[in-house]
Design a protein around this ligand. Structure first.
Ligand code: FE
Ligand code: MN
Length: 361
């Protein structure tokens, strides 16, 4: 079907058929190479919808007051050594982890996918990792923690080093020209998306999220807790971005979904869970008020099983109950959005008007 536009001496013919061919060639991988970044018509509606949700959730660390946190950090009475250690481990671990996620998106996933709307949402995802990394810098400078401590935590705390190595190795394997028509390479990319979305952001972030929100619930570190709540809301969208990307990649490349590959992914999650449990032992070597390492173990099992089932894989254990019902309210993806809705709308309004929202101070 052709349409001709005549303007004075010139006529322009637009051929819908050719445009439809270009649309039909949109794919997660090995699709039409385009530098024109044409989003329309959208083939992956979910990607654009999530982009819109993510955009509405925008936040900046400096909008969150740190005064109470600083008072508590300086006071010799309010906090136990265990509580201070959780904050150090939280800031230390996430300082590296957020950057690793963003770097993998930019150098691997966004590079290899071909549909522009997928690149769009991945660009936003990477930017949110910058915001998260920046929020940790803000927490560190507000509390007056020695900035060398982060590097020391990545390198010298073995359980952190191993968690980081678990994700960086699958990222490095894909940083070369790879032929994505080969099944093994498609599986490597699918595994990368699974590891980052479901194992790391989906499971290995949740031990510390739980600990920091437990402190927040006891009115400890209200500023840090607030920033982690915003981060957690972002992470739930990131898990969805990577879950949808994974599902569509498998759908379009069914030959990768072999029983062996499915088992490999489950084993990878098993490894992720063990690394997280070892890490939790280091975060909570002594029990703290309302927090003990042993209570966190079934929580990680529960989260990991949900992530596996979310991408159509069998759970590792099955039937695990959530040991932290209060955390479910914060962490359930559907409920969580409602939970944050009121507050975030207020935040958006107040920041748009340049006013200060008391709730955030
Ligand atoms: Fe993040
Ligand atoms: Mn993330």
């Amino acid at each position: 079907m052709e349409k001709t536009f005549v303007l004075g001496p010139r006529s322009f013919v637009l051929d819908q058929g050719k445009a439809e061919e270009a649309y039909a060639a949109k794919a997660v991988i090995n699709g039409r190479e385009t530098m024109t970044f044409n989003l329309l018509p959208l083939r992956y509606q979910w990607a654009y919808d999530l982009y819109q949700v993510m955009k509405k959730n925008h936040w900046e660390p400096e909008d969150v007051g740190m005064q109470k946190d600083v008072e508590q950090w300086r006071s010799s009475e309010i906090l136990s050594d265990s509580e201070r250690w959780i904050i150090r481990m939280g800031i230390g671990y996430f300082s590296a982890a957020e950057g690793i996620v963003g770097d993998n998106i930019i150098h691997v996933v966004r590079e290899l996918v071909t549909a522009p709307e997928l690149k769009l949402v991945l660009g936003r995802h990477a930017h949110e990792e910058n915001i998260h990394a920046d929020s940790l810098l803000y927490m560190i400078s507000s509390l007056g923690i020695n900035p060398h401590e982060c590097e020391a935590i990545f390198e010298q705390i073995e359980t952190v080093r191993r968690k980081n190595e678990f994700v960086t190795k699958i990222s490095k394997d894909l940083r070369r020209d790879i032929d994505l028509t080969l099944v093994e390479n498609k599986q490597l990319l699918a595994k990368n998306i699974f590891v980052f979305g479901q194992c790391m952001e989906g499971t290995q972030f949740y031990g510390l999220f739980g600990m920091i929100l437990s402190l927040y619930r006891q009115n400890k570190f209200p500023g840090i807790g607030q920033m982690f709540r915003y981060t957690l809301r972002d992470e739930s969208n990131h898990i969805e971005v990577f879950r949808n990307l994974f599902m569509d990649l498998v759908e379009e490349n069914k030959e990768i979904w072999t029983p062996e590959f499915r088992e490999e992914l489950r084993e990878t999650m098993r490894e992720a869970v063990q690394l997280e449990k070892d890490f939790i032992e280091d975060c909570l070597p002594m029990s703290s008020v309302g927090l003990s390492a042993s209570e966190f173990m079934p929580y990680i099992d529960y989260i990991a099983d949900r992530r596996l089932q979310g991408v159509g894989l069998e759970p590792l254990i099955g039937g695990v109950e959530n040991p932290f019902p209060w955390l479910a309210e914060l962490m359930d993806i559907n409920k969580e959005q409602n939970f944050f809705e009121g507050r975030v709308t207020e935040y958006q309004k107040s920041s748009a008007l340049g006013a200060v929202d008391d709730d955030l101070l």
